[in-house]
Design a protein around this ligand. Structure first.
Ligand SMILES: NC(=O)c1ccc[n+]([C@@H]2O[C@H](COP(=O)([O-])OP(=O)(O)OC[C@H]3O[C@@H](n4cnc5c(N)ncnc54)[C@H](O)[C@@H]3O)[C@@H](O)[C@H]2O)c1
Length: 394
């Protein structure tokens, strides 16, 4: 195979950007063969703007094209598992947008298709895994420099969205169309990184508040508490109504602490490395409250506004995943974000909802059938609210 010939399904806000960037040649191993959308307006746009690219309305038609090697799924989330499953079962390499789906139960056929086709590359668009700061944090954890995990805390409240965003209609911000709010739309990136860095917890307690300061049916303010098999704990806080928001990740281990804070102007990582593991110091120390118990060496790493502009604007972080995905298809690299890992972040959000709805701790793995039943209740209630009917319980 020379270049990987892509077909993109869903050319809305995200899919059309992917299409344009591939057309511009930002991934030298990629070429765009076809796009697909069900919207007349998007089809018109594609015909006017993507010269030489085939445009179809039926995703199965795109997947069946012999000159499409790899399929990108960029439709609303509910459709991701269905389309990705069909693509893999049709022998196509598949790159799904995040999240993997809306509920983990829907992923079973997809993961079976992936297991049945190990010759195919199956990835997920977790572009923030390519951020050099998070990659460094991952290295520090995997090489053992941070020591045994004690705590992971992430405040990610800079996903500011107005009422106008939710009022734009369509599938966003509804149980029926999107399956949730901030946990499914904005924060899947950080939920994925949370588990990529700390592993999966054993227990989740969630508080997902619906419609804080916004007239919406879904959550836009969430606090999640997590517990891990080794006794570590975590807190994940996210919202779309705080302004100014915060994006601060802290990971504490036996060997020190990593802090990564991002702002509009760039991002900074500080690693305070203990010269002796805290557990070792504690075992040897005789003082009750030592002032400077362990010597610290501080390492700093930052990315500035220009680097941010290149990553996000000129190239676009998603293209780093495309470049990696194309090379993986060509057998030159392993995947940064394998598709089968998509279930982890989704499990965290499903568990946080279930915990909120049942008002209790959720021990993983979650009860997928129960989650699905509870989700359907929200979808049905929403339909009644939309129809102007009120609930009358007996
Ligand atoms: N990785 C990221 O950073 C990132 C950023 C934005 C969006 N996304 C993800 O991309 C997906 C799409 O988001 P968006 O903002 O582009 O939404 P969008 O509504 O702008 O685009 C979705 C498109 O899919 C089309 N579509 C719907 N059903 C279809 C079908 N059966 N066949 C073909 N096309 C169909 C719609 O007509 C629409 O044009 C979401 O899952 C979202 O989470 C990811």
């Amino acid at each position: 195979m020379g270049k990987v010939r892509y077909g993109i399904i869903g050319i809305g806000k995200m899919g059309h950007t992917h299409a344009q960037k591939i057309k511009k040649g930002l991934d030298k191993n990629a070429t765009l063969t076809a796009v697909c959308d069900i919207s007349e307006e998007r089809i018109k746009w594609a015909k006017q703007n993507l010269q030489g690219v085939k445009v179809v309305e039926d995703y199965k038609e795109l997947i069946a094209m012999p000159d499409v090697d790899a399929v990108v799924v960029a439709t609303p989330h509910y459709l991701h598992p269905e389309i990705a499953t069909h693509a893999l079962n049709s022998g196509k390499h598949t790159l799904s947008e995040k999240p993997a789906g809306v509920y983990t139960k829907a992923l079973a056929p997809l993961y079976k298709a992936a297991a049945d086709h190990p010759e195919l590359t199956f990835g997920i668009m977790y572009n923030q895994r390519t951020n050099p700061l998070y990659k460094r944090a991952k290295d520090l954890i995997e090489t053992g420099a941070l020591g045994k995990l004690k705590r992971i805390n992430w405040i990610i409240t800079d996903w500011y969205r107005t009422q106008a965003y939710y009022d734009q209609g369509g599938w966003r911000g509804t149980w029926a169309g999107e399956g949730g709010g901030v946990l499914l739309n904005q924060s899947p990136h950080q939920l994925d990184l949370f588990q990529w860095l700390a592993g999966m917890p054993t227990k989740v307690r969630g508080y997902a508040k619906v419609g804080v300061g916004r007239k919406i049916n879904v959550e836009n303010d969430v606090t999640i508490y997590t517990e891990y098999a080794n006794g570590a704990s975590g807190v994940f806080i996210t919202s779309t109504h705080d302004y100014p928001g915060t994006n601060r990740l802290e990971i504490t281990g036996d060997g020190g602490k990593i802090v990564i804070e991002s702002t509009l102007l760039g991002a900074k990582m500080i690693f305070n490395k203990l010269n002796k593991f805290e557990s070792k110091f504690n075992a040897e120390n005789k003082k009750f409250m030592p002032m400077r118990p362990i010597k610290i060496t501080t390492y700093e790493y930052s990315t500035n506004i220009l680097q941010k502009a290149i990553r996000w604007g000129i190239i676009g972080e998603h293209m780093y995943i495309f470049r990696n995905f194309s090379k993986a298809v060509l057998g030159k690299e392993s995947l940064i974000a394998p598709g089968i890992e998509g279930i982890n972040g989704l499990t965290l959000s499903n568990a946080a909802y279930l915990s909120t709805w049942l008002n209790k701790d959720i021990i993983l793995p979650i009860d997928e059938d129960l989650f699905y039943t509870e989700l359907q209740k929200r979808v049905e209630e929403e339909a009644l609210i939309t129809a102007g009917m009120t609930k009358n319980e007996h």
